[in-house]
Write a protein that binds this ligand. Sequence first.
Ligand code: ADP
Ligand code: F6P
Length: 326
Amino acid sequence: MAEKEIKTIAVLTSGGDAPGMNAAIRAVVRAGLSSGVKVKGIRRGYAGLLEEDIIDMSTMSVSDIVQKGGTILYTSRCKEMTTPEGQKKAADICRKHGIDGVVVIGGDGSFRGAQKLSNNGINTIGVPGTIDLDISCTEYTIGFDTACNTAMEAIDKVRDTSASHERCSIIEVMGRTAGHLALWCGISNGSEYVLVPERGQFNDEERIIEKIRAKRRIGKKHHIIVNAEGTGDSYGMAERIEAATGIETRATIIGHIQRGGNPTCRDRVYASAMGALAVDLLLEGKTNRVVAYCDGEYCDYDIDEALAMTKDIDEHLYSLTHRLSR
Ligand code: ADP
Ligand code: F6P
């Protein structure tokens, strides 16, 4: 059977937003238009698709956005898309609007939606956009670098007040169930301990307490502990550490500021390259693929395979945090 000709493609953002998503949208739109296809924007992710919130995109509609955080197409989480009825309806709506292929910018959950759209006859390509870096098939996800820098700068600020008051600070960073963001902050902020869900150890707190005592003995006056959201309980931990050491301890949960802000150069460049590659894959007639970055090259994987992969934190970096904080 001859492959269907791709005349119109669409782009949507789904799940948690990430800095650099706008650069990816711009790349999809401009690469599509320069290859001679029409490009539509689906607003509010799968929820917007199911409500036919679909707009025509032009070169000018993505002007002045490469540097902006968030997503001009808005994003959402949509329950209906997880049902077979919702998925069929979404594919039917694409057909009704003449959409031959969709670029889905988001995380693993969003790729599951793309997989279902593909099963229902709409070509789909995923682009990894999440601050969590928790997509197994790729070494890079759009937004991770900006979020690391935002969290790092926030932790630097906590350090100033922690040092002034001679306190211990437990600082919780995002990452859902993954510890990549915490690990990178642990190193870049010179923390004394980093807790990540992938290496959750029953005696982590005892080790932290021991370390704080040892550091006080050699003259250290303040302490920075980076805790991953996936480990949690930062407030409880602060209370227990204060009780055990007698050192004033505060917990700070950095929260959603980690998802905002102008994307770094790195995020803009990766987003641009990944968005354009997604368009090329659609134009080659490919479907059910996800764009990735591995071993210094952009590549693509079958979504089913990508979703079955697993990923650990970087063991070298993890041991480094402990080695450098002695
Ligand atoms: P992320 O894409 O960042 O991992 P979510 O896990 O919240 O974020 O997923 C985003 C959206 O993707 C969900 O709200 C839902 O609409 C869609 N989705 C998630 N899982 C599935 C699934 N198994 N089948 C179809 N769609 C899904
Ligand atoms: O996936 C990105 C992320 O920011 C996670 O790090 C965090 O666990 C989650 O989204 C927060 O989601 P919400 O914006 O719904 O609170």
